[in-house]
Design a protein around this ligand. Structure first.
Ligand code: RB5
Length: 147
């Protein structure tokens, strides 16, 4: 069965979210898109919570959130236990966020990266596995901070 990716945004991230959904499907992921589905102004923490909880519960392997900067989404998503959300502005950061930090939620800023770069960052995040090894111990220490 295909791994599931959950996506969400606020009104400032609609176009990049659509691009991310397209790319994730193209890569063979099952995508659960949690909205929003209109252009009205919404509050990013509501969508960060939906996506973060889907990942934390194990319903999805990875989440991708888009707002204007990615920052608000990452602050909110990281409040949910078990979530390691990373704002990435480059493909290198996305690769390292997965390989070293086992980040399970990617946060993008549509007003910062735009569709081309943002899509490439998402593609990298979806392709790179966690390296494990010495990074396993460090990620466990992050989990210890939640106790
Ligand atoms: C919305 O105007 C904007 O504040 C939001 O998309 C995001 O950038 C917050 O971090």
């Amino acid at each position: 069965m295909a791994d599931r990716v959950v996506t969400g945004s606020d009104h400032a991230g609609l176009q990049l979210r659509a691009e991310v959904v397209r790319i994730a499907r193209e890569k063979g992921f099952e995508v659960e898109d949690l909205g929003p589905f209109g252009a009205d102004s919404v509050d990013y923490p509501d969508y960060a919570r939906k996506v973060a909880e889907a990942v934390a519960s194990g319903r999805a392997k990875l989440g991708i959130l888009v707002c204007g900067t990615g920052i608000g989404m990452s602050i909110a998503a990281n409040k949910v236990k078990g979530v390691r959300a990373a704002v990435c502005r480059s493909e290198y950061e996305a690769r390292m966020a997965r390989a070293h930090n086992d980040a399970n939620v990617l946060c993008l800023g549509e007003r910062v990266t735009g569709l081309g770069v943002g899509g490439a960052i998402a593609a990298e995040f979806l392709s790179q596995p966690f390296e494990g090894g010495r990074h396993e111990r460090r990620v466990r220490k992050i989990a210890d901070l939640e106790k």
